[in-house]
Design a protein around this ligand. Structure first.
Ligand code: DON
Length: 322
């Protein structure tokens, strides 16, 4: 039977493509040279049906959209209280790359900003994990502890996607070379004992996490896994616990769109997370995961066309949760 949904998604995608405002992220050299006109939109339901439109097979790096998933993995690995002892759950009201540490404890305010995500990356357990050996060029050699953690994170993100994902080492390298700000953040986290070990290694692993390649289809299924209480809609795997999924969605609702989070929740009403490669995911608990991709960003680091696409979907389909 012909479904009207892909035609509808295409119409939304094309009408939002009229707006060519915004800029590519240029602080990561490899992202500055991305094709600004690629765009795609996908939905994945919790019962395993996916729809997509546009460049649905185009791969891009996941960037900050990885943050909620790794947060959920860390909660299951070491427990919510242990995670909360190191990373808070309050909106920062600042840009994603500000320090935003809580006075006194030095905890990053939440796991969706860079400070919180660098800390969260270090919290996943590497027990019983094989160090990642996926052919990173020799000159990019990582220490065993970085490869163990990245191995756990990559396996976890792959389980969320329901297929084996890979790291784009040219993007990772280009970001790492310029990562003075993230290294400064990691050094501050180290002085507060939020992370242990060598701060540069934490940044290395976190940047590898951000450079995992995905498509909008992958992201829609990853979002649908959070929507389904941690169960992947196609593979049926319980990727994270329902409690971890719920905690993650709560933090996405309040902090996922950075200092645009309040406006986003009022206007669009869907827990969401954006990334600087131009992706946004949205999660309707119990129903559907949504993913958009369009690389031009607004001043808050959110995809201009992506925000418009979500606004259309929310209005047309009555998706606002409130
Ligand atoms: O650490 C960074 O700056 C990037 N790897 C990820 C930032 C990001 O995606 C923020 N999103 N809007």
């Amino acid at each position: 039977m012909h479904s009207p949904i892909p035609d509808y998604l295409l119409e939304v995608l094309e009408s939002c493509a009229q707006d060519r405002s915004g800029e590519l992220a240029d602080y990561i050299p490899e992202l500055a040279s991305a094709d600004a006109d690629r765009h795609a939109l996908a939905l994945g339901t919790t019962d395993g049906v996916s729809y997509s439109a546009g460049d649905a097979e185009a791969q891009f790096t996941i960037q900050s959209v990885s943050k909620p998933f790794v947060y959920a993995l860390a909660i299951d690995d070491i427990g919510l209280e242990a995670v909360r002892a190191r990373v808070g759950v309050e909106p920062s009201g600042e840009a994603f790359n500000e320090l935003s540490l809580e006075g006194g404890t030095g905890r990053p305010l939440n796991p969706m900003i860079n400070a919180g995500a660098i800390a969260t990356h270090q919290l996943v357990s590497t027990e019983g994990c094989e160090p990642l050996d996926d052919g990173a060029p020799e000159r990019l050699a990582r220490t065993e502890s970085v490869r163990a953690r990245t191995g756990r994170v990559l396996a976890g993100l792959s389980a969320f996607a329901g297929r084996e994902l890979h790291i784009d080492y040219s993007v990772a390298e280009s970001e790492f070379e310029e990562s003075y700000r993230n290294r400064a953040i990691a050094n501050m986290l180290r002085t507060h004992d939020i992370i242990g070990g060598e701060p540069t290694e934490a940044v290395r692993g976190y940047i590898d996490q951000c450079a995992v390649l995905v498509t909008v289809r992958d992201l829609a299924l990853m979002a649908a896994t959070l929507a389904g209480g941690g169960v992947h809609p196609v593979t049926g795997t319980q990727v994270v616990s329902a409690a971890a999924a719920r905690q993650t969605l709560s933090v996405m609702a309040t902090c996922g769109m950075y200092d645009g989070s309040g406006r986003w929740l009022a206007r669009i009403g869907i827990p969401a997370k954006s990334g600087v490669s131009g992706a946004i995911i949205g999660v309707l608990p119990g129903q559907v995961g949504i993913a958009s991709f369009a690389p031009r960003l607004d001043s808050e680091g959110n995809s201009v066309q992506g925000v418009e696409m979500f606004e259309r979907l929310s209005q047309d389909m009555g998706l606002h949760l409130m």
